[in-house]
Structures are given as structure tokens and as C-alpha cells.
Design a binder for this molecule. Structure first.
Ligand code: MN
Length: 248
């Protein structure tokens, strides 16, 4: 009988203990959810912000479709901005500009590399595209391209080759290197030639995003078609402007 009493007592203590633990568990779950929500709200107020597209979402039709532009700018680029703000919050990178950070990229966290690169690269990408692309540069930039690559056509071939041979996700670039020379190069993921981890360093003046998210809805697996059509949406005035800025 005494044994049974002890057993009952233990069972009651165990039950009380179990019940007492329940609110604690639920409270933790609630706190986690609240925390996630707070982080998301805070992202919007971070030091980096998504800029507006310099043209409408359908302006690059029929070469780049409206839906791709909406998702690419509004979802993908926004996510890079949010994740970047999250990654630098409370660190000494929070008040540095991206180009400064890229110089010592190898010493910083991967999240800053991926999302900082993502923010910078896409900002350039939107800027160097536009409707009514004339398909060819002029003036000093054309001269420099012809001097370096023999002709505009052979520059196009080299640039397309860089875009097509970049395995998986990444970018192809036209850059001005430290000697002021134009070079074609490519980088994986969201890296770019401003980063100390790049094979070839320099200032990008033109770039093409060859991640599948940039073309898959319209072109599916046909990256060559997307790359060939890219020439129809390049704003060469913007590229020439970038080139002039580097030379100053
Ligand atoms: Mn992209």
C-alpha cells in the first residue's frame, strides 16, 4: 500500500512537472516566431536599400520578359539586400561601402561576399541595360574596344564565350584593369572583379548575369539564346559613362 502511495506521489509530481513545462515550451516557440518577424521588419530599414529599376518591368521585352524582371529585381535582388543588411548588422562592416569591403573580401564572412556581391552586381546590371539598345558603343569606348580586341565583333565573341563557359551560376564582365586596359573575365556565384578573391581584378563597366534565374522562364536551358539577345538590351551610354568614370 505504501508502495502504491509512493508511486502515485511520483506520478503526480511527474504530471505536475510535465504540465508545468508545457507553457515554457510554447513560450519559446512563440518567442522564436516573434524574433523571426522582428528580424524581417528590421531588414527593410537596413543601411542598404533596393533602388528602383530605371525603366518599367516590360521595357526589355521581347528579349527579357516582364515576369523575369519582376521576380529578378523584386525578389532576388531584394533578398540580397535584406540578407546583406542582416549579415553586417552590428559589425564594423555596417558603415563601410561595398567596394571598400570587396578589397578585403577574403577576410569577411561568406554571407557578406554572396549578398554584398549580389547587391552590387545587380545594381550594375539594371543600370547597363535599357530599351532601344543600339547594339554598339561609339566614341572613346568603341575605339578602346577595337584597340584591345581588334574589332567589336571579336569582343562580342570573347564576351559570349566567357558567359557560356562559366559553369553553373555566375557573371561575365567587361572590366578596366589596374593598367587601364579593357579585359573580359568571369566570376562564379555573386563574386565580382572588385573582390580580392577574383582571378582577374578590375572595375566592371558591363556585366551579364548568367544565373538561371536571369533567363530560365523565357529561355529555359538555352543560355546561348539569352546571351545572344543580351546585345539588344545594352545601354551603351551607361557603359561608356562607367568607362569614363574609371579613367578619371
Ligand atoms: Mn541575378
Amino acid at each position: 500500500m505504501k508502495r502504491l502511495k509512493n508511486f502515485t506521489l511520483i506520478a503526480v509530481i511527474a504530471l505536475v512537472g510535465f504540465v508545468a513545462c508545457q507553457p515554457a515550451v510554447q513560450e519559446n516557440e512563440t518567442n522564436d516566431n516573434e524574433k523571426k518577424e522582428r528580424v524581417t521588419m528590421k531588414d527593410l530599414k537596413g543601411p542598404h536599400a533596393l533602388g528602383d529599376l530605371p525603366y518599367s518591368h516590360d521595357a526589355l521585352e521581347p528579349y527579357i520578359d516582364k515576369q523575369t524582371m519582376e521576380i529578378h529585381h523584386g525578389k532576388h535582388h531584394q533578398a540580397y539586400v535584406n540578407n546583406l543588411n542582416n549579415a553586417i548588422e552590428g559589425t564594423d562592416l555596417a558603415d563601410k561601402n561595398l567596394e571598400e569591403i570587396f578589397k578585403n573580401m577574403s577576410q569577411h564572412p561568406t554571407a557578406v561576399r554572396n549578398n554584398g556581391g549580389g547587391h552590387w552586381n545587380h545594381t550594375l546590371f539594371w543600370e547597363i541595360m535599357g530599351p532601344n539598345g543600339e547594339g554598339k558603343p561609339s566614341g572613346d569606348l568603341l575605339q578602346a574596344i577595337e584597340n584591345r580586341f581588334t574589332s567589336f565583333e571579336s569582343f562580342k565573341e570573347e564576351f559570349e564565350k566567357a558567359a557560356l563557359t562559366r559553369f553553373g551560376s555566375g557573371w561575365a564582365w567587361l572590366i578596366v584593369d589596374d593598367n587601364g586596359e579593357l579585359q573580359v573575365t568571369s566570376t562564379p556565384n555573386q563574386d565580382n572583379p572588385l573582390m580580392d578573391v577574383a582571378d582577374m581584378e578590375g572595375m566592371p563597366i558591363l556585366g551579364i548575369d548568367v544565373w538561371e534565374h536571369a533567363y530560365y522562364l523565357k529561355y529555359q536551358n538555352k543560355r546561348p539564346e539569352y546571351v545572344a539577345n543580351f546585345w539588344n538590351v545594352i545601354n551603351w551610354d551607361a557603359v561608356a559613362n562607367n568607362y569614363e568614370k574609371v579613367r578619371k
